[in-house]
Each structure stands twice: as structure tokens, then as C-alpha cells.
Design a protein around this ligand. Structure first.
Ligand SMILES: *Cc1c(COP(=O)(O)O)cnc(C)c1O
Length: 383
């Protein structure tokens, strides 16, 4: 059993943190996604204007120039805990010295993607769907990024997506019925550039289903404009997976952005990564998934943190994830419960992990344990 701990009311509520550290910004500037991008915090001096860094953070910021860049939108920066270097928002986006520690089990490409790219930028691992990496840039950089080897432009490799080759591959591979646009963050492209890709994919008859994986609604809700939504809705069925880890990330602005996407018929899912001292307690996760439902987002996956270089300080035990799912199932809305998965190291794909509700199972009966721990029997067929 996980004992409930208190979580602040402000994290259960939808609040705005704007303009926070940017009191001089006009409303018009603040609401302009290009202004948000231009004013990202990317340097040590920029950080130290607003926060007192710990020695681990200072060293981490200096190191990040050669690894995974630091970049934080003003919108997201305002959520950072000013006085707590161990705060759940701060740990996600401010580099730490521990990122330079390489644990023996950690690698540059934890999901074995490079070995599954028939065309540079196109990952084809599963029989009927592909992950199309269309950019290496994000609005802000998550310190546990599974693709830090190519994302942000600072790391060891570069992403050189071959668009024409990828479209040709998809035209020839009739088994591909689902294309996931990812990267990097596809929503950093202009509406026009994104539309060119979507319309090209829609022209391929056997592609039934399009989806976009993005953290832009969380890092840069200003990007979710009416124009973008009206463009996206021309390419239905188009689904979207967003990435939220902590209930505080669901601000008033983020909720409005998610509602606007939903109002344009885009079904929304959420992917979270289980992270140490970010969201590794039941009260935090419960508040997150319940707030997501209020934003019309269905929790989809909860990922065990990939074995990316320098992520040990952010990883939790696998048991912690199972314990959290056990604390949700039956205790709250079924729609609120994500599937906990490990993306198998080396390229095995996502493997679901579930609490064990089967106490015994033979040819006569199955003995089930419910969410309260009570036991029930169900006879096997024919007996
Ligand atoms: C996660 C992933 C997908 C999508 O998987 P779903 O379980 O269908 O959401 C597709 N391709 C690759 C390479 C992936 O890692």
C-alpha cells in the first residue's frame, strides 16, 4: 500500500503562472508562440537572473552545451520551483551534473531505433505502423529525453531525415496503416510546413491513421492557434499524444489549448515518464490523471524511464510503477489509468507491465484478486 501524502491544492487546480518572471511582456507578446521561442532561457546567465542554482545544476548547465541543450520557454519557466533544486518541474528541464555519469546499463540509443530505420528518420519496428522523426528540435528539452543523441543539435549524432525517401518507402509499404509524427516536436514546424507533410501522407491510400507526438501544448500552449487546429482537422482521423508528467503542468493556458484541439475533433492521449522526485508517488499521479480527464485527455502510456546516458538520478524502480498502477486501478476512473510499459532495451518495443490480479489459474478455475485485495473465483469454460 502507498500511503497518501498531501499534495498542494494549487496543483489540483488549473491556475495561470503568467507573466511571472516576464512582467514587462505585453499580452500580445506573451501570447505569441514565436515570442515565447525567442525568449527561451538557454544560458547560465539567463537562469541565474531568476534562480539560485545548486552546484550540481551549475555544472550540469555548463556540460549541457555538448550533450543535450538547455532551453526553457517563458511559459514553462514560470512553473519552476524557485527555492527547491529538487522540485518536480525543475528536475525535468534544468540540467544536473549527474547527466555526465554513465551507468554501465545506459546507452545512447536505448530503444534501438537506429537499427530499425529503413530510411534515415523513419523508424519501422512494428508490423503496421512507423514513427516518423520529422525534426530534431523541441520547444524545451526534457533532461531524460530518449532521443538526446539526435535532439537539440548539441549531442553526438545528427538527425538527417530523408523526406522523399521516407514518402517513397511508405508508398511502397502497403502494410503501414499508421504514421506517428514525432522527433523532436512536429508542432514547431509552421502550419504550412506541417500541412505539406500531412497532405503528402494523406495522399497515400493505405495510410489510415495519423498521429502527432508532441509536448508543445505543455511547453508552448500559445502554439495551439485556431489556424493550426483548422489545418489539422482537414487530415482526420488524426490523433495526438501529448506528454505531461506533473499536475502543475496542466495550467489554465494548457487546458485551453487541449480543449481547442479536442473541439476540432482531435482525440488526445497522454504519455508520462515515471521520474524520481517528479511523479513517483500515488497522490501526484492520481492528481495528474484526474486533471488530464478534465482536459479531455485520456492517459495512454506511463513509461519506465529509458536507459539513456546520464538518467540514473531520474529513474525509479520498476516496482514503483506497478505500485502506482495498483493504487489507481479500481480506486479511480478506468479511463484515467495509463498502461505502464517498458520500451525494451535494444529494440524490443513496448512491453506492458501490470499488477498481478491472478492468484492462481488452472484448467478448473481462475482465482482473482480485486483492487481491495479480496479474492474471487471464476470457473473455466466447460466445467
Ligand atoms: C511507440 C512506438 C510506436 C507506437 O506504438 P503504439 O503502441 O501503437 O502507440 C510506433 N513505432 C515505434 C518505433 C514506437 O516506438
Amino acid at each position: 500500500m502507498v500511503l497518501p501524502t498531501v499534495i498542494a491544492d494549487v496543483e489540483r487546480a488549473f491556475v495561470s503562472y503568467a507573466p511571472g518572471h516576464w512582467p514587462q511582456a505585453t499580452q500580445e507578446e506573451w501570447n505569441d508562440w514565436r515570442w515565447q521561442l525567442k525568449n527561451r532561457v538557454t544560458t547560465l546567465e539567463g537562469l541565474e537572473k531568476h534562480l539560485r542554482l545548486s552546484p550540481e545544476e551549475r555544472a550540469g548547465v555548463i556540460l549541457s552545451a555538448h550533450k543535450l541543450a538547455m532551453s526553457i520557454t517563458p511559459h514553462y519557466f514560470n512553473l519552476i520551483e524557485v527555492d527547491d533544486p529538487d522540485g518536480p518541474i525543475r528536475r525535468q528541464v534544468i540540467p544536473r551534473f549527474e547527466e555526465s555519469h554513465h551507468h554501465p546499463s545506459e546507452v545512447a540509443d536505448p530503444c534501438g531505433e537506429d537499427a530499425h530505420m529503413p530510411v534515415p528518420g523513419l523508424v519501422h519496428r512494428y508490423p503496421d505502423r512507423v514513427n516518423f522523426l520529422i525534426t530534431d528540435r523541441c520547444a524545451s528539452y526534457c533532461r531524460y529525453c530518449t532521443r538526446s543523441r539526435v535532439v537539440s543539435g548539441a549531442g553526438e549524432q545528427e538527425l538527417h531525415t530523408e523526406f522523399e525517401q521516407a514518402f517513397n518507402y511508405l508508398e511502397q509499404h502497403k502494410e503501414v496503416r499508421d504514421v506517428l509524427l514525432s522527433g523532436g516536436d512536429p508542432l514547431l514546424f509552421s502550419d504550412d510546413k506541417l500541412e505539406k507533410i500531412l497532405s503528402r501522407l494523406r495522399a497515400i491510400k493505405h495510410i489510415e491513421f495519423l498521429r502527432i507526438g508532441t509536448r508543445v501544448p505543455i511547453f508552448l500552449p500559445q502554439r495551439i492557434t485556431l489556424g493550426l487546429c483548422q489545418m489539422l482537422q482537414k487530415y482526420h482521423p488524426l490523433w495526438m499524444s501529448v506528454h505531461t508528467n506533473h499536475p502543475r503542468e496542466l495550467t489554465l493556458e494548457v487546458r485551453a489549448a487541449l480543449e481547442q484541439l479536442a473541439n476540432h475533433g482531435i482525440p488526445l492521449g497522454n504519455q508520462s515518464v515515471l521520474l524520481s522526485k517528479v511523479n513517483d508517488t500515488l497522490p501526484i499521479m492520481k492528481s495528474l490523471v484526474q486533471k488530464l480527464l478534465q482536459c479531455r485527455v485520456r492517459p495512454y502510456y506511463l513509461y519506465q524511464c529509458d536507459l539513456i546516458h546520464g538518467s540514473a538520478h531520474l529513474r525509479t524502480s520498476v516496482s514503483k510503477g506497478i505500485e502506482i498502477i495498483e493504487g489507481l486501478r479500481g480506486h479511480t476512473t478506468g479511463y484515467a489509468i495509463p498502461q505502464f510499459v517498458i520500451d525494451a532495451p535494444g529494440g524490443g518495443g513496448k512491453v506492458p507491465l501490470n499488477p498481478n490480479y491472478i492468484r492462481s489459474h488452472d484448467e478448473k478455475k481462475i482465482v482473482l484478486q480485486n483492487y481491495e485485495g479480496r479474492l474471487f473465483e471464476y470457473p473455466e469454460i466447460g466445467l
